[in-house]
Design a protein. Structure first.
Length: 154
């Protein structure tokens, strides 16, 4: 059963929008996660693997991303959560550990994530997620694809 533990115990400051996103993430990826974002939200993934988009624009594009991801993986828990307020009241930093399983193989994975988000009028308008792409490469068994992407054109 999916779980999102420690959100309330370790939260520093309040941000129910980000906390709700993490609760949904614990059983995702799911389409409902997209509903927490503004229609014109921007999603950034600066450590994305070669050949994959480092930025996505708008909620519906993100919804499609979530639906595609749900075919490949299943998240099982989000824990070790710390949510930090910043001097900007709209900006929140969330640190957490995401655990899941590759759908095709059943292989488990764990990824440490740092998300910086901007929240306005109850919706997330911008999100930048940092995680180690090697966690995914190993879990999905695509080390050769990564090497090919990194050495293409050299």
């Amino acid at each position: 059963m999916a779980r999102a533990s420690s959100i309330n115990r370790r939260r520093k400051g309040k941000n129910p929008d980000v906390a709700r996103l993490l609760r949904l993430t614990a059983s995702g990826p799911c389409e409902e996660m997209a509903d927490l974002f503004a229609e014109d939200a921007v999603f950034e993934f600066p450590f994305q693997l070669p050949g994959r988009a480092q930025e996505e624009q708008d909620r519906e594009t993100f919804r499609a991303h979530l639906n595609a991801g749900a075919q490949l993986q299943r998240f099982e828990s989000v824990d070790d959560i710390e949510i930090h307020r910043t001097t900007d009241p709209e900006t929140v930093i969330a640190e957490y550990r995401l655990q899941g399983r590759v759908t095709a193989t059943g292989k488990q994975f764990t990824s440490q994530v740092v998300m910086v988000a901007r929240v306005r009028d109850g919706l997330i308008t911008w999100s930048r997620n940092y995680s180690n792409p090697l966690d995914s490469v190993i879990a999905f068994g695509v080390v050769d694809d990564l090497v090919a992407g990194l050495t293409a054109g050299t």
